[in-house]
Design a protein around this ligand. Structure first.
Ligand SMILES: *[C@@H]1O[C@H](CO)[C@@H](O)[C@H](O)[C@H]1NC(C)=O
Ligand SMILES: *[C@@H]1O[C@H](CO)[C@@H](O)[C@H](O)[C@H]1NC(C)=O
Ligand SMILES: *[C@@H]1O[C@H](CO)[C@@H](O)[C@H](O)[C@H]1NC(C)=O
Length: 246
């Protein structure tokens, strides 16, 4: 009798997982046929062969690019190389990338950048905020960009108990940003279960030195986030686009 019950539950469990996997394929359009399109004026940027995660472009045309993300279960082309931030000048005819030197009190060996966002203050100083996963944790690193030296000076590591499983960031003001959390669980197998069961538990956070809070929830996996030029609307993407009014 006990065995029969276990087998029944196992069968029901497997059927549920199968059904959720089919739903996931449909939701992400994973089974869609993709037609190959020849890129016209696109060319491979040398120096980024090992992947890139995010890009943010200054009004001057300088672009910051984070190197490919290293995360359990995700393929990495350079699993043993520390992460980097690259600079590219989009005004050049054939833009090339250059890895930025990082100085300051910062552990470069465990640098694993994810989403990035720039902020320019009243003195025209450029700051770069980077979601980092040192040893698979989540922090936000604040850097000052030294344009003459082509380097980043590490100023601060921002940590908070709500800043977990971070994905992307968009900076609004000095040490004020929205960040997305792309999964709720931190254990790898629970993360898989979360995706398969479509638990919409991930969310968007607001951070300022005075207040940290959840501002939008109910996402399967809140991924990229961006802001409109007037800073009135924010959009976060994954499976469906949703705009948040500030
Ligand atoms: C899936 O792909 C089809 C065809 O390209 C498109 O019309 C549809 O909106 C897509 N669905 C989702 C959920 O992205
Ligand atoms: C890519 O990764 C390989 C293996 O770690 C490394 O040898 C190579 O220098 C990397 N290339 C670039 C452009 O970073
Ligand atoms: C980075 O720093 C090293 C050591 O300080 C220096 O030798 C190198 O020239 C710097 N690279 C750039 C691109 O500034």
């Amino acid at each position: 009798m006990g065995k029969l019950l276990v087998l029944t539950l196992l069968g029901a469990g497997l059927a549920l997982i199968g059904e959720r996997l089919v739903a996931l394929r449909q939701r992400t359009n994973a089974s869609r046929e993709v037609r190959s399109v020849e890129p016209r004026s696109c060319h491979l940027i040398e120096g980024l062969e090992n992947g890139s995660e995010d890009i943010d472009i200054l009004p001057s045309g300088l672009a910051f690019i984070s190197s490919g993300l290293k995360y359990p279960g995700m393929p990495s082309f350079a699993p043993n190389e520390p992460g980097q931030i690259f600079l590219m000048d989009l005004n050049e005819q054939n833009p090339r990338v250059q890895a930025l030197n990082i100085s300051g009190d910062f552990d470069k060996a465990s640098f694993n950048p994810h989403g990035i966002s720039t902020f320019i203050d009243e003195d025209k100083t450029v700051y770069l905020y980077v979601v980092n996963h040192p040893h698979m944790k989540s922090t936000v690193e604040k850097f000052k960009f030294e344009e003459q030296q082509h380097s980043l000076v590490h100023l601060k590591t921002i940590k908070h108990e709500l800043l977990k499983s971070l994905n992307d960031i968009v900076v609004l003001g000095p040490e004020q940003f929205y960040a997305t959390r792309d999964h709720y669980f931190t254990n790898f197998f629970l993360v898989l279960l979360e995706i398969i069961l479509d638990l919409r538990w991930s969310h968007v956070l607001f951070y300022s030195p005075r207040e940290v809070k959840v501002v939008a929830k109910g996402f399967s996996s809140a991924n990229g986030i961006t802001v409109s030029l007037d800073k009135k609307y924010f959009a976060s993407r994954m499976f469906y686009l949703r705009s948040l009014k500030s």
